[in-house]
Ligand binder design. Structure first.
Ligand code: NDP
Length: 436
């Protein structure tokens, strides 16, 4: 089933995306860091440097993964793994997998998030560890993450091959595609340590909050104050990550966890791309303490929080709808819905509900609109002197438009005529009124 369920794009497109991810993304991460930290955030300045110094110049700026970088990563990863394993939390069941399994998780994300931030700030406050060290070694850390997570993905591939944790695993018959899209849906170490929860949530998403705080502290220690632009950016990113952990058990029902297997595509993204690219607007602001003024800062803050709230409410609405078997009110009214049925890979027939009112009646992936706008608002404090801080917004827009297509294709093959009915009732894919 691997090849069919994972290759919703044509094989050619899969190869092209795989090749570009393998060859372009690692150098991009390093160039992004270099430009933000050493070239004033100016793409032109970095481009000039590369034109003058060529490939050797690029090799020169690529930081070697130092012992300090490995130590920071190892301590952080071990700390997060320990919190994931030992902090108490309610047992939560994930959605039924394509093979008919129902994985069980421990919902202790909010506790892990709170303990992480309090510990990090405590270490700084009591002079035990200064977060500026992380910023000062950021290039080396990204470099170590690039190599380390590649090796980690090989481990995932081999584990999927020789010791899969559940029946939701299997090969497409093509080694490269298996490495890229993953072999296992729910790889675990032992019974309880879920690898995807670790990579996606506790390492990736957590690093976003930790780095947002790091950038703020670095600016404070460099300039003796924190600019309102940095504060606005940090608060919005923290609100977003707080929302994420608040809703973490809901995340376990989404495509990332329920459909995408643990391969290079998703794991490398969470281990390297999230800490580097997702946090990049804050990375830029460290050396650009833009002053927005209280009024503008507040406007941006309110607009950003509103978008994060709407995005949260879309996810919540869908989940409540499914949890209550279509009984929860949607915008104060009984929801309109489609009773769909589908067949699992083991041949069982199951039923499911598709919500066709509320946010999910505006378009089939309306939740991506506030997601993209929120990212725009936490980047806006950088103003418009340079393009690079906006890279994440552009990237996210492409990612989510592609994701909407992938999800539509997957749902069409899962639900068949019921999905067709949904598309007739809700014709727009993302933006209400635009494109079907
Ligand atoms: P979701 O998994 O939340 O939604 C898609 C799934 O929901 C479908 O696969 C289908 O699954 C089910 N579904 C689709 N339509 C309906 C409907 N009308 N009623 C009920 N169920 C439906 O999507 P995502 O994982 O893409 O998004 C989750 C959150 O993560 C969003 O807030 C998104 O913005 C965010 N996100 C952020 C990213 C980032 O990089 N910043 C990247 C991706 C997502 P089923 O098989 O169960 O029917």
């Amino acid at each position: 089933m691997g090849s069919e369920s994972n290759m919703v794009h044509s094989p050619m497109l899969t190869y092209a995306s795989m090749l570009s991810l393998l060859t372009l993304c690692p150098p991009f991460v390093i160039l992004l860091w270099y430009t933000m930290v050493h070239a004033d955030g100016s793409v032109l300045q970095s481009f000039d440097y590369l034109r003058q110094h060529g490939l050797q110049g690029f090799i020169d700026i690529w930081p070697k993964p130092t012992a300090t970088a490995w130590k920071i990563i190892a301590c952080y990863a071990a700390f997060e793994a320990a919190l994931q394993l030992w902090l108490p939390g309610k047992k939560v069941e994930g959605p039924i997998s394509p093979s008919g399994n129902r994985p069980v998780y421990k919902a202790n994300g909010v506790a892990a998030y709170a303990v992480t931030l309090i510990t990090y700030l405590g270490l700084w406050w009591f002079g035990i560890f200064n977060p500026t060290i992380v910023y000062d070694h950021l290039g080396e850390i990204f470099s170590a993450l690039i190599f380390g997570s590649f090796i980690f993905c090989i481990f995932l591939y081999v584990k999927g091959l020789v010791a899969p944790s559940s029946t939701d695993s299997g090969s497409s018959g093509n080694m490269i595609i298996d490495f890229y899209w993953g072999m296992e849906l729910y790889p675990r170490i032992g019974k309880n340590f879920d690898i995807k929860v670790f990579t996606n949530c506790r390492f990736g998403m957590m690093s976003w909050a930790v780095l947002a705080v790091t950038y703020c502290i670095k600016q404070y220690e460099t300039y003796g104050r924190v600019s309102d632009s940095m504060l606005t950016n940090m608060i919005l990113m923290l609100v977003y990550v707080t929302k994420f952990f608040w809703w973490e058990a809901g995340y376990w029902n989404t495509m990332d966890i329920a459909h995408d297997r643990a391969g290079f595509y998703i794991c490398w993204g969470c281990l390297v791309w999230v800490p580097s690219v997702y946090t990049s607007p804050g990375m830029y602001l460290v050396n650009h303490p833009v002053n927005l003024g209280v009024q503008l800062a507040l406007y941006i803050l309110v607009a950003g929080i509103l978008c994060i709230y709407i995005n949260y409410d879309c996810d919540r609405q869908r989940q409540e709808f499914r949890r209550t078997n279509g009984k929860a009110l949607v915008w104060g009214k009984a929801p309109s819905k489609i009773h769909a049925s589908y067949t699992t890979t083991t041949g069982e027939t199951k039923s499911s509900l598709l919500l066709t009112s509320g946010w999910w009646g505006l378009s089939r992936h309306f939740h991506y609109v506030p997601e993209i706008l929120a990212a725009f608002f936490w980047t806006l404090p950088a103003l418009f002197n340079h393009f690079l801080p906006y890279f994440y917004v552009v990237f996210l827009t492409i990612l989510l438009f592609d994701r909407a297509k992938r999800d539509d294709d997957r749902c069409r093959s899962k639900y068949g005529k019921y999905w067709k009915l949904y598309c007739e009732k809700v014709p727009y894919r993302i933006i209400p009124g635009f494109g079907v």
